[in-house]
Ligand binder design. Structure first.
Ligand SMILES: [Fe+2]
Ligand SMILES: [Fe+2]
Length: 475
């Protein structure tokens, strides 16, 4: 079951050939996908030979296959983690029942919505990142960008397979619509806010893959608990790919900080202007980018009090992060959880029924996980003798969704009036000047082993190749 059949037009480990109608439907969607990739995928990339990994099985060793590929020829396909015949639903009202192999009628609409919402983020991120290849700081980075892009494309395939296989005609319509929405489009945008923001430069890309792909990790972990077994199995395999995306973000920011710290040491100065003049990105700008991507990403978890979240959990559709490791009753009736809201111009805590607060529970798990990596970034500064530290903004800062939307809160967690916000916004969020400066550093570096001046080389190459390996070949 775990071997992948690459003899098929659509590589898969789900015996697609055994279901002719489904195979035909997906083979009709495939050219539309490729047309979308040519139109909205990485710009001017079709003729490049890229050193990419392709899954050869869903076992952990299945990633061993690295080779040069032209991206339109990438073998996008359908891979599910192996089925556990004895698997049971392990949370919600139906805990203890066998996991569903087909969609229960009463949960059809909610499951479709969950799958479409997840699926929509995958092509969205490719659209957001499509210009970045033109300004890659090295071949190593260019290759990592493209690896992330083809894997997000495969994540779209994963969700489209579920829609086609389990949701009939509605599912096919939703699969078509996933190729019609466009990130940032005024008439037909992507579903979630953060996926309509621009990713205009490589600092934004690294912050995006650190924070927003990590949102992906937490959503996928929650779906990997689902009582709908095909969703659980497909998201489990997607998580192995997500780990690499977060690595690209974490190491990209770390290398940016490394270079900034080196420049600060050479200059003997922490003056942002001097750092900029020396061609590195000053820490204040990096902090503002962090503030932006962090706050926009934590909105993705949804409203802090949500009856949908309660329904999804009680119905067994979407669990908590690491549901199986928690030692409560996995039904959560009568339990409470503490949320933060603004009351009379101050932030205050309030206990609400935990079932309704599950978005907040997942957001707080995400926050713990992201804070750990920011600690690792700060160690880069510490090791280089820089006293300044990056700081995680308060979770009420710059929020657009839930109880905290519409109240102005500083990164330190102080409620401020509109005038104070406007006075300080330029210190807290990236300004047009910051973006223009970062953009001015972006220029494509294509000689093997060379890196743009604003970023340090990585400590090791991809797949044990040397750092000056030709990760991308220009035909
Ligand atoms: Fe993804
Ligand atoms: Fe991702």
């Amino acid at each position: 079951m775990s071997a992948i059949d690459y003899g098929e037009r659509i590589p898969n480990n789900v015996d697609l050939a055994g279901d002719r109608a489904l195979q035909r439907a997906l083979e009709q969607w495939q050219p539309d996908y490729l047309a979308w990739w040519h139109e909205m995928g990485p710009e001017a990339s079709s003729s490049l030979d890229v050193y990419l990994r392709t899954a050869i099985s869903v076992e952990p060793s299945g990633w061993a296959n690295f080779d040069y590929v032209k991206m339109p020829d990438y073998r996008w396909g359908i891979f599910l983690a192996p089925r556990d015949e004895a698997r049971r639903i392990h949370f919600g009202e139906q805990a203890g029942d066998p996991a569903w192999q087909e969609v229960p009628g009463e949960h059809r609409a909610n499951l479709r919505r969950i799958i479409v919402t997840q699926g929509d983020t995958e092509p969205a991120s490719i659209e957001q990142q499509r210009h970045l290849g033109l300004t890659a700081p090295s071949l190593y980075d260019l290759r990592n960008l493209f690896q992330v892009n083809v894997e997000e494309g495969r994540h779209l395939w994963a969700m489209v397979y579920l829609l086609h296989r389990y949701f009939g005609r509605d599912g096919r319509e939703e699969a078509a619509a996933l190729l019609e929405r466009r990130s940032g489009d005024g008439d037909n945008p992507r579903i979630l806010g953060a996926f309509n923001e621009r990713t205009p430069d490589w600092l934004a890309f690294f912050m995006f893959t650190y924070f927003t792909d990590r949102d992906g990790k937490f959503q996928l972990c929650a779906l990997a608990e689902s009582g709908f077994d095909p969703l659980a199995r497909t998201t489990r395999f997607m998580l192995t790919e997500e780990a690499h995306h977060m690595f690209v973000g974490e190491s990209g920011v770390a290398r940016t900080l490394q270079r900034t710290a080196e420049v600060m040491r050479e200059l003997g100065s922490d003056d942002p202007r001097a750092v900029r003049e020396a061609g590195a990105i000053d820490l204040a700008t990096i902090q503002r980018y962090l503030n932006f991507h962090y706050s926009v990403t934590i909105d993705l978890f949804g409203a802090d009090v949500s009856s949908n979240a309660a329904t999804f959990y009680s119905a067994g559709l979407k669990g908590r992060f690491e549901e199986g490791k928690r030692d409560d009753d996995h039904r959560l009736g009568g339990m409470t959880y503490r949320i933060v809201e603004a009351v009379d111009g101050r932030l205050a805590e309030r206990d609400v029924p935990m079932l309704n607060a599950l978005n907040e529970v997942l957001r707080d798990d995400f926050i713990r996980d992201s804070v750990a990596g920011i600690g690792r970034w700060n160690r880069v500064l510490e090791k280089n003798g820089v006293a300044a530290r990056l700081v995680v903004p308060h979770k009420a800062f710059n929020r657009r969704i839930g109880s905290l939307a519409g109240v102005r809160v500083s990164p330190g967690g102080e409620v401020v009036d509109e005038q104070t916000w406007r006075l300080h916004e330029r210190d807290w969020l990236p300004t047009a000047d910051d973006r223009a400066f970062v953009a001015s550093l972006m220029g494509r570096v294509v000689e093997p082993g060379r890196f743009a001046g604003w970023i340090a080389p990585p400590p090791v190459g991809v797949n044990r190749q040397p750092i000056d390996f030709a990760y991308v070949r220009f035909g």
